[in-house]
Design a protein around this ligand. Sequence first.
Ligand SMILES: [Ca+2]
Ligand SMILES: [Ca+2]
Ligand SMILES: [Ca+2]
Length: 175
Amino acid sequence: MANRISVCLIFIFVASVLGECPNGYTRHDDSCYKFFSSVLATWAESLTYCELFESKLAVIETEREQTFIEGLLRREWHPAASDGVWVDGTDLLIEGEWIWADDGTPIKSQTFQKWYPGEPNSLGKRGEDCMDLLHHEKYNWNDNSCERKQNFLCEIETEGTSGSGGVNTGGIIGR
Ligand SMILES: [Ca+2]
Ligand SMILES: [Ca+2]
Ligand SMILES: [Ca+2]
């Protein structure tokens, strides 16, 4: 029994060193992604869901990442899925100043942005302060009402070989 447990622990250890994704998550570059397409949640609820599974709402930093995400959402889309998919962007703190909630990075400081033309438009009396990807707008970025219940995309940033090509940068992690 004890042996089984230690074998099990070794597997978990090896898996985490190799940077494998937890069950249900899909790897792309240094991250793992999970599209929760059967849960409807407000933006804040979806953030909590992601945390429950050791992840965060997706932070989209590059065109390459956006393209992967579009493919993933398209593949897993189904007729009962919501049109919008929550990701981590918000301007809840200061209207018009979009940040990634995870670490507060201003989105305008990022070279890559993919707002749908005319977005963010903060529609309606109460405005729109949370970012989603709209299925009918080819998963370009939109601002939506944070209270809306819809599906969401979680991301785990794994450590290990960062950058492309798997260059060994000298083992900063785990030494
Ligand atoms: Ca990311
Ligand atoms: Ca807003
Ligand atoms: Ca909008």
